[in-house]
Design a protein around this ligand. Structure first.
Ligand code: OOB
Length: 545
């Protein structure tokens, strides 16, 4: 049955979220139309040298929707979208939203392994890419993907199309035929989960639930039509897309400035030129910016809010944000599955620096539980579970996994270990899920292990995190090999040849006779983490006599 592919809220809950006004029955197509009516000539998007007004954006989206329709893209079709931060990203999103076709938000760093999987799993018929970005030719990737996935009929290229279809040729002159279009309760797109399993899970978000998250985010961040948001992280990610991100800024009638890169060399001049008021970074990037701001004379005085999230930000670095950058820090602890926590703009320093914020909605339900799903005493660390008006009730086509990832009454098991302060703020204390958070980029250990196990020289493999001063964590693969043993370099290039995204390639490879096991015979990742941390300490420590 179609319905069950997209697990949804039980009827009473859906009714409750509508009655309380969380879900307002608006689709993204209508949202943009409304903003175009209200803000017409105001600039919505700045991308490279182009400045696009709300009215122009709305009109361009209509023409693109018509062109995509003519190409054969229909309601509920899946479209793998892998564009960098350029205006076309936003135009394609809204054109697909208007058609009721679902973008599947791939990240720019994904490669053949990920794209083939998304294409097959969603039965996508279209793949949208840039020509060459950051030195990588996506058309070559598309060719390889299409060879493996013949159902992927259309490849659309922003820029020089080569043998494929040019996106610029799809802005049709004649209007879209009168179509019923999606309704607000429908799934608008599929987003990627950070993942902890062998294959990434896809997250179905509806117009209703996502627009609610935009409204709450815009409110918490005090966005209005004067706000200028700089997108430096890949906009396809939930955080720069909606917290409040690109879409939250458009929701509020503000201006989105798109940056292809995130380095101070690219971002600082944009902040200065465009008078950016708010932007979002991950902790390692915050460190780079803090360093750069101290050593160069960029005028960042327009910046009012720096959001830091995606991974834990150290209190030590957090304390520097205000004195060095002159703006307020906001910690953001969110997840593509839903729940987003923010520190509030007027919170005292102690909260801004030492917590990861509190839920943005009064309807977010939080439980912190022990291994038996019983609530822990207030203030104690436990597993963070959540349910609410914008947190999914299940992954796309993943019934079996959903039974484990959600409680019987619909709480999502975030896999995070957290505690709650008396004031209701969350502090992230660790992670129970088998994932490495590499400076905000999530790596599912099992996915990498499966690729490693495909090497004929690998008998057993376990991937764990190791502490890292810059990224917070990096990945270490422990290998039990057959002889002759492959070298670390051989293993890494093997993974690259299998088309795995670069950030998932282990930073370090260690060989062992056998992997440590727990009492019940499972690989003890805890023992491996301790082992690698000790090795690193030994390396860092001065030699003892
Ligand atoms: C964001 O979303 P995802 O889906 O890439 O990753 C979610 C996971 C969380 O479960 C948690 O493990 C970790 O990333 N995380 C943090 C964090 N923010 C996210 N861990 C510690 N401190 C933080 N501030 O990463 C995301 C989505 C929306 C907004 C912000 C981040």
């Amino acid at each position: 049955m179609m319905r069950s592919q997209y697990p949804s809220w039980p009827k009473e809950m859906a009714e409750f979220y509508r009655e309380t006004g969380c879900w307002q029955g608006e689709t993204f197509g209508e949202m943009l139309r409304g903003r175009a009516a209200a803000y017409g000539d105001r600039i919505a998007v700045v991308s490279g040298t182009s400045r696009i007004s709300y009215a122009e954006l709305d009109a361009r989206v209509d023409r693109l929707a018509a062109g995509l329709y003519k190409l054969g893209i229909r309601q509920d079709d899946k479209v793998i979208l892998q564009l960098p931060n350029i205006a076309e990203f936003i135009e394609v999103c809204f054109a697909l939203f208007r058609l009721g076709a679902l973008p599947v938000f791939a990240l720019p760093l994904h490669r053949r392994s990920e794209i083939v999987y998304f294409s097959e799993f969603t039965n996508a018929n279209t793949y949208i890419i840039p020509d060459v970005e950051a030195g990588f030719d996506y058309r070559e990737l598309a060719e390889q993907v299409q060879e493996q996935v013949p159902t992927l009929r259309h490849v659309i290229v922003a820029g020089d199309p080569g043998k494929f279809t040019a996106l610029r040729d799809l802005y049709a002159a004649d209007p879209l035929p009168d179509l019923p279009g999606p309704s607000s309760g429908d799934v608008a797109f599929l987003q990627l989960s950070g993942g902890s399993t062998g294959l990434p899970k896809l997250i179905p978000r509806t117009h209703d639930d996502y627009i609610y998250s935009l409204r709450m985010s815009a409110e918490v961040c005090a966005l209005d039509e004067q706000s200028i948001y700089l997108a430096v992280l890949p906009a396809a990610h939930n955080y720069p897309l909606s917290s409040p991100g690109v879409l939250g800024t458009l929701y509020a009638g503000g201006r989105v400035v798109l940056s292809r890169g995130s380095s101070p060399d690219e971002a600082f001049p944009l902040i200065e030129r465009e008078r950016v008021t708010i932007t979002a970074v991950v902790p390692p990037l915050a460190l780079v910016w803090l360093d750069a701001a101290e050593s160069r004379r960029s005028d960042l005085s327009s910046l009012r809010l720096l959001q830091v999230g995606g991974a834990k930000f150290s209190a030590e670095a957090a304390r520097k944000v205000k004195p060095v950058l002159g703006c307020t820090l906001q910690q953001v602890f969110g997840m593509a599955e839903g729940l987003v926590n923010y520190t509030r703009l007027d919170d005292p320093e102690d909260i801004l620096v030492n917590t990861q914020g509190r839920p943005m909605s009064p309807y977010d339900e939080i439980r912190i539980v022990n291994d038996e799903d019983e609530e822990v005493a207030p203030g104690q660390v436990g597993h963070l579970l959540t349910r609410g008006p914008y947190t999914i009730r299940g992954y796309y086509k993943a019934e079996e996994h959903n039974a484990r990832a959600f409680t019987a009454d619909g709480f999502y098991r975030t896999g995070d270990l957290a505690r709650m302060t008396p004031a209701g703020y969350l502090v992230v204390e660790g992670r129970a899920k088998d994932q490495i958070n590499r400076g905000g980029d999530k790596v599912a250990a099992e996915e990498v292990e499966n690729h490693l196990l495909a090497h004929p020289g690998v008998h057993d493999a376990a991937v764990v995190s190791m502490p890292d001063a810059f990224l917070g964590e990096r990945t270490c693969a422990f290998i039990v090999s057959y002889s002759p043993a492959p070298t670390p370099a051989e293993l890494k290039s093997f993974l690259r040849e299998r088309g795995l995204a670069g950030y998932k390639i282990p930073d370090r490879v260690e060989f062992m006779e056998s992997l440590p096991r727990t009492g019940v015979g499972k690989i003890s990742k805890k023992a491996l983490r301790e082992l690698i941390a000790q090795k690193q300490q030994a390396l860092a420590a001065p030699p003892t006599k």
